[in-house]
Design a protein around this ligand. Sequence first.
Ligand SMILES: [Zn+2]
Ligand SMILES: [Zn+2]
Length: 237
Amino acid sequence: MKYLIKILLLVKNFLFPSRCALCETLLTETAEIREGLCEKCMVSLVTVQGEKCKLCGKPLISERDICLSCRNQGAKACDRLWVIFPYTGVYRKLLHAYKFAKNLALAVFFAGKALEVIAENPVLQDAVIVPVPPRPGKIKETGWDQVDYLAKHILKQSCSAVVQRCLKRRRSKAQKQLDRKGRMENMKGRVYLREKPPKTVLVIDDVITTGSTLEVCSDILKKGGAEKVYGLCLFYD
Ligand SMILES: [Zn+2]
Ligand SMILES: [Zn+2]
């Protein structure tokens, strides 16, 4: 079966050659084609290293355990967040290739990275994955939901992962132009539960900017009965 998939992948690549999402060289190896990146680019992408904030997952500079920004923000509904890549330079290009240019192979790469984080952190072993819900109309406009697609690939690559799409979103103003407070207000009451949430949740999203979306989702999940809510974002701004 594995052999057959490999052949199909090579045939598909012969008819529609894949290029690396970052440097655009033609991909020839099956592992490269599967993940949408050439070997060189793949190894050049480094996940967040060193000491990280125990709440937001960002690298610490001179702080200890918890970063200054988290200290200033006080208690949050999200118990802990993990982030994988900074949203800068080549990493920004990587997310754009996935989110806007729809390089779907990158979901395989991202799902692998997400599963590494889950495997490294025992508290996440029993967490049920809940994708951040897309705004209504998004799928109609863009044809897909990149976060849900990521969740599907996490499921595909793991025999123990569980995904529950228990959050939904009502129509609200676009978030882009708003600051954190504005975003929180905009989101409140727009996100709701369509079923009882799991006891331990891992909310997943592609990029975290102000953190308001994750915070509103975590709050709704906790009010609905979730005991622990963690977050995992591919990129942090
Ligand atoms: Zn490349
Ligand atoms: Zn922090």
